[in-house]
Design a protein around this ligand. Structure first.
Ligand code: NAD
Length: 321
């Protein structure tokens, strides 16, 4: 079987078009939706994400406020900035970009965010609402997975509710920002939900769970962790992982760094190509799955649009106040 590719870029473009229309309506009604990012220090990944948010806000006509504090900022200073963002009427949604330096605790920042502006569902109140099946702002990355799944199933002429109810869905990864909320989102849709993680792997049980899944969501951060032997024939596979790797020019093995020789064949990697891959071996798994998201061009493409959607939802709620 050759898997259908679930095209994240195309789906993101569809969602964006819908959101741009909604944004125009909101603006006509007097709202001025905008996102603020909060960064402390100069973490590379956080900086990349910040730039991406600024870019899509500019492209869509959403407002944007950048708050970047120095790496030695105190927790009190960071919390004071969050409070100022809570008060700013031009900020509908607040996105904290972690990691924060050690003197700034995640919970101090997150617990200060106005729950009505917590557009990536970090606050315990909003996580609680998600657990109860009443999410106000479902978190962006798991929402992107569900959006891709729903649009793919609809494009196949399937009834989404019927497809999800009772389906075996295995989520690999149990982080607070992806794995756990992903599991809750599909549990809320009455899927038979399994969560596996590093300790599942350590016991040698990962394949047992992944290969029973009709729908497999992988959010780990280990390049090509999932190969065809861990996937059920005909499964739908959603790959959340984003891994920068060095491809060995001699044997094709994926390595983490150019500084060391290839971990498999010992070849020199100093001139080797860098590449972004997912947690799933796309080529090999494509031969077994019925549908699969690529990396890049899959889940990541849609994540930003889910953040924008939540921001519009927040702006609409703030307009009513
Ligand atoms: P994390 O490091 O917080 O969590 C990793 C999870 O993977 C943990 O639950 C851990 O138990 C599990 N894990 C680690 N090794 C494993 C193994 N060998 N077998 C099974 N499980 C294992 O990571 P995260 O923030 O959840 O992100 C996961 C991946 O998703 C990363 O590659 C990240 O870059 C990517 N990501 C993508 C998006 C997007 O929009 N596409 C958004 C967020 C994160």
């Amino acid at each position: 079987m050759a898997a259908k590719i679930i095209d994240g870029k195309a789906i993101a473009a569809e969602v964006r078009e819908e959101l741009v229309k909604e944004l125009a309506e909101l603006k006509a009604a007097g709202a001025n939706p905008g996102i603020a990012t909060l960064m402390v220090g100069d973490d590379f990944g956080a900086g990349m994400y910040r730039g991406a948010v600024e870019k899509f806000c500019g492209e869509m006509g959403l407002g944007y406020r950048n708050e970047t504090l120095p790496a030695d900022a105190t927790e009190e200073q960071v919390v004071a900035v969050v409070k100022s963002l809570n008060e700013d009427p031009a900020v509908s949604g607040i996105l904290p970009l972690r990691p924060f330096p050690p003197q700034v605790s995640d919970s101090a920042v997150i617990n200060t965010i106005d729950v009505g502006k917590d557009v990536d569902c970090f606050h315990p109140f909003n996580m609680g609402k998600l657990t109860l099946g009443e999410p106000t702002y479902p978190p962006a990355t798991p929402s992107a997975c569900l959006e891709l799944l729903e649009r793919y199933l609809k494009s196949e002429g399937k009834d989404v509710t019927a497809e999800l109810e009772g389906a075996e869905i295995c989520v690999v990864g149990h982080s607070n920002i992806v794995g756990k909320p992903m599991a809750l989102l599909v549990l809320n849709r009455n899927a038979t939900t399994t969560v596996s993680h590093v300790f599942t792997s350590n016991r040698g049980n990962l394949a047992k769970h992944t290969s029973a899944a009709d729908i497999l969501v992988v959010a780990v951060g280990v390049p090509h962790l999932i190969g065809p032997d861990q996937v059920k024939e005909g499964a739908i596979v959603l790959d959340v992982g984003i891994n920068r790797v060095i491809v060995c020019p001699e044997c094709g093995t994926l390595n983490r760094s150019k500084k060391n020789p290839c971990k498999k064949c010992g070849a020199d990697l100093s001139e080797a190509q860098q590449k972004t891959v997912g947690d799933v071996d796309f080529e090999a798994v494509s031969a077994k799955a019925s549908a699969i998201t690529p990396v890049p061009g899959g889940v990541g493409s849609v994540t930003n649009m889910m953040l924008a959607r939540n921001t519009l939802r927040a702006a609409r709620a703030q307009l009513k106040k």
